[in-house]
Design a protein around this ligand. Structure first.
Ligand code: ZN
Length: 323
């Protein structure tokens, strides 16, 4: 994601075949939790999510077009297969090869619960940044990052959710959106970021697309959600363009007593939720942007904690099983 402030031109554009007005109406809904039988909500394990960060980092950098990127895609497909869920790769070309030549990138959509209808979307990018351009050491700035927190953490939470879905099918339709090619932009040039999510939003109204059969209640994006001692405020674009959805998600966190989440305005971050907001889909970016190791060689698994991941996982698990 990019930290640069950009003019978003806050007029939602109309997608080819999508009922944008329905999305806007959905943004006004409140996530009043329905009572659920005791034991019906599976326990999300922060320790397991941390293991899944370590496993991703062991694959090496997951930059678009790399062997590590292909390996993490296989990891997602295998997790879905193990849980008996359908996973659909959606591949496209991005100009991220040598001298801007096109290479293939692939988003992956994993669907669970009843088909069609109103659905909860949960997203994370699984690619990692090709350069540690904010590193204190100039000699490391051209090297790829490990991406434990930036890329690894949100992906780990979604991977563990897939495991939970295998034994406890969700009561509502849920789509997990794994984004590729989020983090290969140059600093201060938002156009180079979020290529995967932009492609997904631009095509999701197409006939036969896995997201075209349902209507989103909203998207929850998980990015940099693993730092030890993390603090997650209400990201600025989410608050501005999806205030009801953002408030509802943070209200649930407060109900659960999750101290990582603070219902105070945060800075604006151009991230994978922005293309959805511009298309009229309620979207909230859960992001701890106050991370000193952001885009440095220090973004390693030892910066992440099972306690933080456990709180984030508990929030999304509760939202899945108590719609
Ligand atoms: Zn990043």
């Amino acid at each position: 994601m990019s930290s640069s402030r950009i003019g978003l031109g806050l007029r939602p554009f109309r997608l080819r075949a999508l009922p944008v007005t329905l999305f806007l109406l959905a943004g006004g809904t409140v996530l009043a939790a329905a009572p659920v039988e005791a034991g019906a909500i599976p326990a999300f394990s922060g320790e397991r999510a941390l293991e899944l960060i370590v496993e991703q980092c062991a694959l090496g950098p997951r930059t678009p077009g790399s062997s590590g990127n292909a390996a993490v895609r296989r990891m997602i497909m295998k997790a879905a297969e193990g849980a008996g869920l359908q996973a659909i790769p959606l591949c496209f070309q991005v100009p991220l090869g040598p001298d801007g030549t096109p290479i293939e990138a692939c988003n992956i959509v994993v669907s669970a619960g009843p088909p069609g209808g109103e659905r909860l979307w949960l997203g994370a990018h699984f690619d990692t940044r090709p350069w540690a351009d904010r590193d204190a050491s100039p000699g490391r700035r051209n090297l790829p990052i490990a991406g434990a927190n930036d890329g690894g953490s949100g992906t780990a939470v979604l991977l563990h959710l897939i495991e939970l879905f295998g034994s406890s099918p969700p009561p509502q339709g849920v789509d997990l959106l794994f984004f590729d090619a989020e983090d290969s932009g140059q600093a201060h040039d938002a156009a180079g970021f979020c290529l995967g999510s932009r492609h997904l939003v631009g095509t999701m109204g197409d006939f036969g697309h896995p997201l075209s059969a349902g209507t989103p209640r909203g998207l929850i994006l998980l990015d940099m959600v693993g730092e030890a001692g993390a603090r997650i405020p209400q990201e600025g674009y989410s608050l501005e363009l999806a205030p009801a959805w953002t408030a509802a998600v943070f209200a649930r966190a407060a109900d659960l007593g999750l101290t990582v989440f603070e219902a105070v305005p945060g800075r604006q971050v151009y991230d994978d939720h922005v293309p959805f907001l511009l298309a009229g889909v309620p979207a909230v970016d859960l992001i701890d942007f106050d991370y000193p190791q952001w885009h440095t060689s220090g973004d390693t698994p030892d910066r992440c904690s099972a306690a933080t991941l456990g709180q984030v996982g508990r929030l999304v698990t509760d939202l899945v099983y108590r719609p």
